[in-house]
Design a protein around this ligand. Structure first.
Ligand SMILES: *[C@@H]1O[C@H](CO)[C@@H](O)[C@H](O)[C@H]1NC(C)=O
Length: 201
């Protein structure tokens, strides 16, 4: 599978955030990956992304030992998936659940792939995405266009293709690509790369 179709498979949108002094500042808002020029109708992002993102409420709480109901773990995202479904949000169009920072293990695996924290996501990310898809929800994930994420987990630089392939294998629909440890000039390059990886359709 080519990189182009992988990015397509992941239906990669690009949203860039800057983390400054702990406050979240929208840098570019949400930019459609495959839209280089206005007016392209490819079926993607006809509305803004709507759903639930973990960060503002749960931040980087990884302490599942002392705070099991509020930590970043697969059970938190399964619970939120159930709520979007059963409380009617999904049917109103809020149909996306998105992981934010701190889902990863501290290091890539021996093949250089991202891996989830094994204690907090014991079933693996593919299984979590399947759980969402079975409920008619889209599955969003988080990475950072730098050497590290804001919380110091592995960033995407040097691993763009591997991570695109991994996300596609996991059935990811959406990627929040953050801007920590990234220079504005790098972000510009990242944008052209993302557009480059998108298929002409
Ligand atoms: C990322 O790491 C590489 C290799 O150490 C380095 O050359 C590069 O400048 C770093 N990029 C940023 C944005 O810090």
């Amino acid at each position: 599978m080519s990189l182009l179709s992988l990015w397509n498979a992941a239906k990669l949108y690009r949203s860039v955030f800057l983390m400054t002094g702990g406050s979240l500042v929208w840098a570019l808002g949400v930019v459609l990956c495959c839209v280089g020029v206005g007016g392209l109708e490819n079926g993607l992002a006809r509305t803004p992304p709507m759903g639930w993102l973990a960060w503002q409420r749960f931040r980087c709480n990884t302490d599942c030992v002392n705070d099991p109901h509020n930590c970043i773990s697969e059970s938190l995202f399964m619970q939120m998936s159930d709520i979007l479904e059963h409380e009617g949000y999904r049917d109103l169009g809020y149909n996306m659940i998105s992981l934010d920072d701190c889902w990863m293990a501290r290091h890539r695996d021996a093949q250089g792939r991202l891996q989830p924290d094994p204690h907090r996501f014991p079933s693996g990310i593919k299984a979590l995405g399947d759980y969402m898809h079975k409920r008619g929800l889209k599955f969003g994930i988080y990475e950072d266009y730098g050497n590290y994420t804001c919380a110091g987990y592995p960033g995407i630089l040097g691993h763009l293709q591997t991570d695109a392939e991994t996300f596609a294998e996991w059935g990811v629909d959406y990627v929040k690509l953050d801007g920590c440890y990234s220079l504005p000039s790098d972000m510009d390059r990242g944008e052209s790369l993302a557009v480059h990886y998108c298929p002409a359709k």
